[in-house]
Design a protein around this ligand. Structure first.
Ligand SMILES: O=C(O)CCC(=O)C(=O)O
Length: 362
């Protein structure tokens, strides 16, 4: 395989098209990424918190189940994550989602999922099918892509999230990239994340951050303000790899399609114009969906990180997501998450000062 060059867009386009086959909007991504300067020495990179979380952010999160935090990260982090993404897009298939052997040996469900991701062809990585054209997902990067791991460990993501949700400490849970190419008509179906998590607790937020600009009308996800307070029982059937491999029980409904209430004045749909560095933080029961990328030329690339706060206990169910290092059948139901090596505590609140301090692996 030819070596990736950073110097010439046309060379990069040749190399990427060589690797994945000609696909115009996919090439747009490569060009976008190539125009940026990539940071070096990211292992030691620390950043200051640019935007302080305020009482207003916390109130909004509590009321709406979602809050927009403008300018939470500086451009160095965005460049690092983009460079990580570009690197992994050019890895051979077998190096995609290359998790530690010890995780896979003990977890047949995870093994099945990872085999499926690895065996996808380069252009069809992870769920890239005719039905979901131009929608690519990468998962579990914390465990196999150092740029993403560095962001989790060394940025102030954990403090920002902990401040918003009022946690006394915050553990990392899982992460994923959601990439929609320019003119990708695939919508994210309306759902909440909670039924997919193998835990119970309100403090399992997601921080969703775009790595390229997002336009509220063209490419943003949408959210239903206040929907986090409505509990549906029994829980809707999630769209996880494990759930897709199983038969949906007859007593488990699908998620409600909020399009049906598009014109209902009692339902508040929210979407945001976002710049790289801005984030939204979502309650696990927040209904969200949409987000086809109608932009004519620009991909929509989002990085989602999930976190565990104070009230989280294991609740393994066969339809839940796989969690590297912690097989579903080994989760101690009802017990708090305390596996520091797999779900590291990234920050803690000092009880005397009420300040969050880093508690990072380094
Ligand atoms: O970005 C997307 O399209 C989907 C993201 C999502 O549903 C999530 O992060 O929970």
């Amino acid at each position: 395989m030819k070596k990736l060059s950073r110097n010439s867009n046309s060379e990069l386009v040749d190399i990427v098209s060589d690797r994945i086959g000609i696909h115009e909007s996919r090439l747009t991504i490569a060009v976008h990424l190539d125009r940026r300067n990539f940071s070096q020495g990211y292992e030691k990179m620390q950043s200051e918190k640019l935007q302080k979380v305020t009482a207003e952010h916390r109130e909004t999160y509590e009321r709406d189940g979602i809050v927009f935090v403008k300018g939470a990260f500086d451009n160095r982090w965005i460049e690092l994550l983009l460079s990580g993404l570009r690197r992994i897009q050019n890895l051979p298939d077998e190096q995609i989602c290359d998790l530690p052997d010890s995780f896979l040996e003990n977890d047949p469900l995870l093994q099945r999922e990872i085999e499926s991701i690895k065996s996808s062809s380069a252009a069809e990585r992870s769920h890239y099918t005719e039905q979901s054209k131009g929608f690519i997902r990468y998962k579990y990067m914390y465990w196999w892509a150092p740029e993403f791991r560095s962001f989790i460990q060394n940025s102030t993501a954990a403090e920002t999230v902990a401040d918003v949700i009022g946690a006394t400490s915050l553990r990392f849970f899982v992460d994923a990239i959601f990439l929609k190419e320019a003119q990708c008509s695939t919508k994210t179906y309306w759902h909440a994340d909670e039924p997919a998590w193998p835990v119970r607790g309100a403090q399992v937020p997601t921080m969703w951050m775009p790595l390229l600009p997002v336009d509220a009308k063209l490419s943003s996800l949408e959210y239903i303000a206040g929907s986090h307070r409505e509990q549906v029982s029994p829980q809707p059937w999630p769209n996880t790899f494990n759930a897709k491999m199983a038969d949906q029980p007859s007593d488990r409904p699908n998620f409600y399609d909020w399009e049906e209430r598009r014109d209902d004045p009692d339902v508040r749909f929210i979407a945001f114009d976002m710049e790289p560095g801005d984030v939204v933080i979502l309650h696990p029961n927040m209904q969200h969906g949409g987000g086809a990328n109608l932009h004519p030329t620009q991909p929509r690339i989002a990085y989602s990180t999930r976190w565990f706060g104070d009230d989280v206990v294991w609740d393994p169910r066969p339809e839940c997501v796989n969690t590297p290092g912690m097989p579903l059948d080994k989760m101690p139901k009802g017990k708090p998450v305390d596996q520091d090596d797999i779900f590291p505590v990234i920050c803690r609140r000092d009880s005397s000062t009420d300040q969050l301090t880093a508690s990072r692996a380094g």
